[in-house]
Design a protein around this ligand. Structure first.
Ligand code: PLP
Length: 415
């Protein structure tokens, strides 16, 4: 029997010791909540009051699992990377989200949210996108189900990410340029929120990471949790135990990390390693390492850590990888960082590039630049640990996406 057909087990809300679910107001410790304009209250409240029941429904689960299996290509392999393992004296497994349809984990979430939207009677889907990856994943599922799709994208990003704009259009989505401010992601987000306020009855807003007002962080984490559910089953089958010593994932907003950590959050023996983008370096002013440089604040509807000036203006982030180029992290991750359940590392653009070239040569896999940060984290950790290592530890790295989209950047750095 295929493992993806078993239903996702839902953790109970409010169980105090569990990291997996926020409290009923959407808080993970001091982070989270729903800080939204009055005019959005109805939309967000409708979602909050319905999402858990809709997700738990047996028919919903059946359709979700069928689409994850037949459309997205799940379960993705858990691949034992032998040459990489020898290099770092550890047993390294790669969770191959790069083999998902559309090239990354994002499709897990867009399928889930689209099915929810349909069950809430919505006919129209909106999304915002920076690099275009989430926009493509959203346009893909809208085409699959025949729903109208409107994607807001900064005008500057549309020029920089022309191939993804073409993909969205080919999939039938309308891409609307955001022409205010810096003409990038945050301006596109403002446009999407404005649209949602104007269309509360027929429209669902698909957010692409574990960010935004409650219930988005929890909802997206649940849809991505299929990653760690499969890791447990696959690792058990391969090694006899479901629990690795380490799980490593990159963090932009934090959805692939949330998915890879989810079923290990309450297993304190599994060390969780999140890797942020240090950009050109932590002290260069061109970085996206939120836990190092950020402070508590409110961004996109929830309280979390974010990079800001002394008077609270959001600082423009930088990373070579468009998917990690975000000034905040989701509230779950802010909580995991603050109470020490997860360790946060960071990798520079250069370190990520080196890790990507290494994986390509050692394993025949070209990773997304985002995922290359997780590999750079592995490299840092195990170059140090190696010196004292007595036994080979088991490490799972979440390979969140494939590198086709990053080829132009890689070509500039091939020596
Ligand atoms: C979008 C993206 C990310 C970053 O988003 P998270 O929500 O932090 O997972 C990471 N990897 C890939 C391949 C992406 O497309």
């Amino acid at each position: 029997m295929s493992i993806s057909r078993k239903t996702i087990t839902l953790k109970k809300m409010n169980s105090e010791k569990s990291y997996t679910a926020p409290d009923k107001h959407g808080y993970y410790g001091q982070f989270g909540g729903a800080f939204i304009p009055e005019m959005l209250y109805r939309n967000v409240e409708e979602l909050r009051s319905k999402y858990l029941e809709l997700i738990a429904d047996i028919n919903f689960q059946r359709e979700l699992n069928l689409l994850l299996h037949d459309f997205a290509g799940r379960p993705t392999p858990l691949y034992f990377a032998e040459r990489l393992s020898n290099q770092y004296n550890a047993n390294i497994y790669l969770k191959r989200e790069d083999l998902c349809h559309t090239g990354a984990h994002k499709i897990n979430n867009t399928i889930g949210q689209l099915l929810l939207a349909q069950r809430m009677g919505k006919k129209r889907i909106i999304a915002e996108t920076g690099a275009g990856q989430h926009g493509v994943a959203t346009a893909t599922v809208c085409a699959l189900k025949g729903l109208d799709c409107i994607v807001y994208m900064g005008e500057k990003d549309m020029q920089r990410q022309a191939p993804n704009v073409a993909r969205m259009k080919m999939l039938g989505a309308k891409v609307i340029p955001a022409i205010s401010g810096s003409k990038t992601l945050k301006d596109a987000t403002n446009e999407a929120i404005r649209d949602w306020i104007n269309h509360p009855d027929d429209t669902h807003y698909i957010i692409g990471s574990v960010v935004g007002p409650h219930p988005y962080p929890d909802m997206v984490a649940r849809f991505q949790s299929v990653i760690s559910k499969e890791i447990k089953e696959q690792l058990k089958e391969k090694t006899g135990t479901a629990f690795p010593d380490y799980v490593i994932a990159c963090v932009g907003g934090g959805s692939n990390a949330a998915g890879a950590f989810y079923h290990f959050l309450d297993e304190e023996n599994v060390k969780l390693i999140a890797v942020e983008a240090a950009g050109e370096g932590l002290k260069t002013g061109k970085s996206a390492a939120t836990t190092v440089l950020g402070k508590p604040g409110i961004l996109h509807g929830s309280k979390s850590l974010l990079m800001q000036t002394a008077d609270g203006q959001v600082v423009e982030p930088h990373s070579i990888s468009a998917g990690l180029d975000y000034p905040g992290i989701g509230p779950l991750h802010a909580h995991l960082f603050t109470n020490g359940r997860a360790n946060f590392l960071n990798a520079t653009d250069r370190e990520a590039l080196n890790a990507a070239f290494e994986l390509a040569k050692l394993e025949g896999i070209i990773p997304a630049l985002e995922s290359a940060h997780a590999l750079a984290g592995l490299k840092k950790l195990f170059t140090e640990i190696n010196e004292h290592a007595k036994k080979r530890e088991t490490v799972v790295v979440c390979l969140s996406g494939r590198g086709d989209k990053d080829l132009e950047t890689y070509m500039q750095h091939i020596s």
